[in-house]
Structures are given as structure tokens and as C-alpha cells.
Ligand binder design. Sequence first.
Ligand SMILES: *[C@@H]1O[C@H](CO)[C@@H](O)[C@H](O)[C@H]1NC(C)=O
Ligand SMILES: *[C@@H]1O[C@H](CO)[C@@H](O)[C@H](O)[C@H]1NC(C)=O
Ligand SMILES: *[C@@H]1O[C@H](CO)[C@@H](O)[C@H](O)[C@H]1NC(C)=O
Ligand SMILES: *[C@@H]1O[C@H](CO)[C@@H](O)[C@H](O)[C@H]1NC(C)=O
Ligand SMILES: *[C@@H]1O[C@H](CO)[C@@H](O)[C@H](O)[C@H]1NC(C)=O
Ligand SMILES: *[C@@H]1O[C@H](CO)[C@@H](O)[C@H](O)[C@H]1NC(C)=O
Ligand SMILES: *[C@@H]1O[C@H](CO)[C@@H](O)[C@H](O)[C@H]1NC(C)=O
Ligand SMILES: *[C@@H]1O[C@H](CO)[C@@H](O)[C@H](O)[C@H]1NC(C)=O
Length: 310
Amino acid sequence: MASRSCLYVVLLLLAFQSTVIKANVPVVPPQCRPVAAGTLARIEFLANLVIGVAEFFLRSSNGTGIEDIAPGLVQGPVPIGATNATLDVATRAAVQQFGLALVGNLRAIVDVTLLNAPLPRPQLNFTAGVFANILNLSALTPPFNVYASQTQFFLVAESLTSSLIQNYLAQVIPSIVGIPQLQLLAGIGLNVGGQVGYFRTRLNAIVNTAVPPYTITVATFTNTTATAVNLLGLCGVKNEGLIVPLPLGAENRTTTNVIPGDVNSLSPRRTERETLRIVHGTGNATRPGGIFPSGFNGTLFRLIVLLRLF
Ligand SMILES: *[C@@H]1O[C@H](CO)[C@@H](O)[C@H](O)[C@H]1NC(C)=O
Ligand SMILES: *[C@@H]1O[C@H](CO)[C@@H](O)[C@H](O)[C@H]1NC(C)=O
Ligand SMILES: *[C@@H]1O[C@H](CO)[C@@H](O)[C@H](O)[C@H]1NC(C)=O
Ligand SMILES: *[C@@H]1O[C@H](CO)[C@@H](O)[C@H](O)[C@H]1NC(C)=O
Ligand SMILES: *[C@@H]1O[C@H](CO)[C@@H](O)[C@H](O)[C@H]1NC(C)=O
Ligand SMILES: *[C@@H]1O[C@H](CO)[C@@H](O)[C@H](O)[C@H]1NC(C)=O
Ligand SMILES: *[C@@H]1O[C@H](CO)[C@@H](O)[C@H](O)[C@H]1NC(C)=O
Ligand SMILES: *[C@@H]1O[C@H](CO)[C@@H](O)[C@H](O)[C@H]1NC(C)=O
């Protein structure tokens, strides 16, 4: 009797749910499922990414760091390996603007949430070889160097900076509680989405030309870097090249792919673990390395390590 009424409850729930969610919900493999966490833990996780991208943009474009722009906003080990990137005047100014904008975003995190300044800054490694390794470009001669030319800089910025923030926010925003917190994250997500558009537009303008000093075109490079990032993420094709086969193009009708998206051109989504696997460059959320050689700060990263959620 009890099990029968249980069955009715389940059927009722299923019937009710099917009126709310129309789409067929695909089975998500275990390594692609989100970790249960609260709003503050997710924003704390996000702060690590925003700090990382802000430091990279500021240091590579202007030689400054977050502390020079907003004293007391972050505190932690000094990032290593960044040098002055080879950028023309307008591009340098744009990259600096993106870095400054992310500093403002961090201040907004402190203003809106219970996280206090100084936000803990994780160890960051911006050595050229780190990016080349993550993007599977370390076998090139001369070695791929993000700082050596504007196009090499765009290739790294497109795949490993603002897009990681965008994809993480596309994943977590629906689970965020509180209107001020939702406004905060929507505001950050829409801003970084614009940055992604900038980098990919700049690359698309030269999509069929070779990237000096190599003979490989921008289109091929973006395919290689996207493939490398997807293999580290372990959750399917989310990063995409600028020229794609029709099945990856918008509505299966175009090979031009300035803005990547899923089958309905919705922003790709990546969980904490996918993001960590990529920025660690290890394909393992609990094995730090790459851009974050000591991992992230905060409770969500510690939980992932504790639960051994690779
Ligand atoms: C960094 O930016 C400041 C303005 O914010 C500017 O005065 C300075 O010249 C820039 N430095 C470099 C190296 O671009
Ligand atoms: C960075 O390089 C540019 C030229 O690419 C130069 O104008 C600028 O002074 C350099 N900045 C620093 C801090 O070395
Ligand atoms: C944050 O992580 C870095 C290592 O990445 C560590 O040096 C620092 O002490 C941590 N900060 C806090 C507050 O845990
Ligand atoms: C930073 O990356 C470089 C290049 O991969 C590596 O040689 C160096 O040991 C790294 N430093 C830290 C502190 O992780
Ligand atoms: C890495 O790049 C090489 C070409 O340099 C390619 O043969 C290999 O399949 C790529 N590996 C991954 C994991 O993408
Ligand atoms: C890379 O190019 C190959 C060959 O066109 C294609 O099958 C693949 O989907 C592309 N991958 C990405 C991530 O763009
Ligand atoms: C595009 O092709 C994929 C399979 O490659 C399919 O799942 C999707 O429904 C197609 N989209 C449209 C709009 O036809
Ligand atoms: C992930 O890294 C952790 C820590 O280094 C290690 O214990 C674990 O075996 C790794 N898991 C996988 C699947 O590589």
C-alpha cells in the first residue's frame, strides 16, 4: 500500500514536471554533473577566475596588477610569468579596459555579497609555456608565445580568459539565490560575453591568414585550441573553432562561427570541475597546475578536493 502511494506521488511529480520542462533532459555523465553548493560558495569560486583574468589582462597590457588599481581589494601571492604583450595601441587599451572592468566586477562582488576585501588571490602562473601546454601548442617551433604577437595573444585570450567566466556563469546563474546576487552575476556575465565577442571578432577578421611566424591559419589554430580545451574539460564540444563543420554551425546552416553556442546557439555551460580541469591543464579538478598551480581558494574547491572529484 505504502509503496503504491509512493508510486502515485512519483507519477504525479513526473506529470507535473513534464508541464514545466518541455525539453528531453539528456543524461549527464557523472564527471559533468555540478557539485551541490550554495550561492556564496559559487561566487567565491567565480572570484578566483575573475581575479585570474583581471591580473592577466592588466599585467600583459599595462604592467600593473589589481593592487595598483584598487589597493586592498585582493591579497595573496604575486602572480608570476606575465610580461608586456606585443599589442598595438588600440588593442592594448582595449585589453587594459577589460582588466579594469573586471576589477570593478570584483568590487561589486564585495559590495553585494558577504565576501569581504581583501579577496584571497590564488597563486597564478602566466608563463608563456603554461598557455602553450594547456592549448596543445607546445610542440611548435619557435615555441608558441602569448606575449610575442597580437594574434598569439588573441588565441589565448579567446580560449582561456573571459569565455571561461562566461561559460561558468551560464552554468551557475540559474542556481543563484537572491535578486542582488542574480543581478551581479548577470551583469558580470553579459560584460565578459562582450569581451569574448571582441577577441573572436578580431580573430575572425584574419581567419584565413597564417599566424606569423607559423604557416598555420587562424582558423586551424582556433580548432586546435578548442579541441585541446574540450579534451581537458571532459564534457563534450563547448569551445569551438571560428570555421566549423555545418553540424556545429548556427542552425546547421553556416560554417562561420564567430560566437560559439550549443545546438540552439545558447551560451556553452561549464561546471566548477570542468573549469578547474581546463585551467589546471591537467584534466583533473583536484590536481592543480597550469594557470593555478596551487588550485583555487575557497570552500567549493576544498570540497571538490575532499570528495576527490577529479
Ligand atoms: C598603463 O595605463 C596608464 C593609464 O591607466 C598609463 O598612464 C600608462 O602609460 C600605461 N602603461 C603602459 C605600459 O601601457
Ligand atoms: C610594452 O611594449 C610596448 C610596445 O609593444 C611599449 O610601448 C611599452 O612601453 C611597453 N611597456 C612596458 C611596461 O614595458
Ligand atoms: C589562497 O591560495 C594561495 C595559493 O594558491 C595561498 O597562498 C593563500 O594563502 C590562499 N589564501 C587563503 C586566504 O586561503
Ligand atoms: C610556471 O610555469 C612554468 C612553465 O610551465 C613552470 O616551469 C614553472 O615551474 C611554473 N611555476 C609555478 C610556481 O607553478
Ligand atoms: C595535439 O596536437 C598534435 C599536433 O601538434 C595532434 O597530433 C594531437 O592530436 C593533439 N592532441 C590533442 C589531445 O588535441
Ligand atoms: C575541428 O575541425 C574538425 C574538422 O573540420 C571538426 O570535425 C571539429 O568539429 C572541429 N572542432 C572544433 C572544436 O571546432
Ligand atoms: C543540427 O544537427 C544536429 C545533429 O548534427 C541536430 O541534433 C540538430 O537538431 C540540428 N539542428 C537543426 C536546427 O536542424
Ligand atoms: C586526480 O588527481 C588526484 C590528485 O593528484 C589523484 O589522486 C587522482 O588519482 C586523479 N584522478 C584522475 C582520474 O586522474
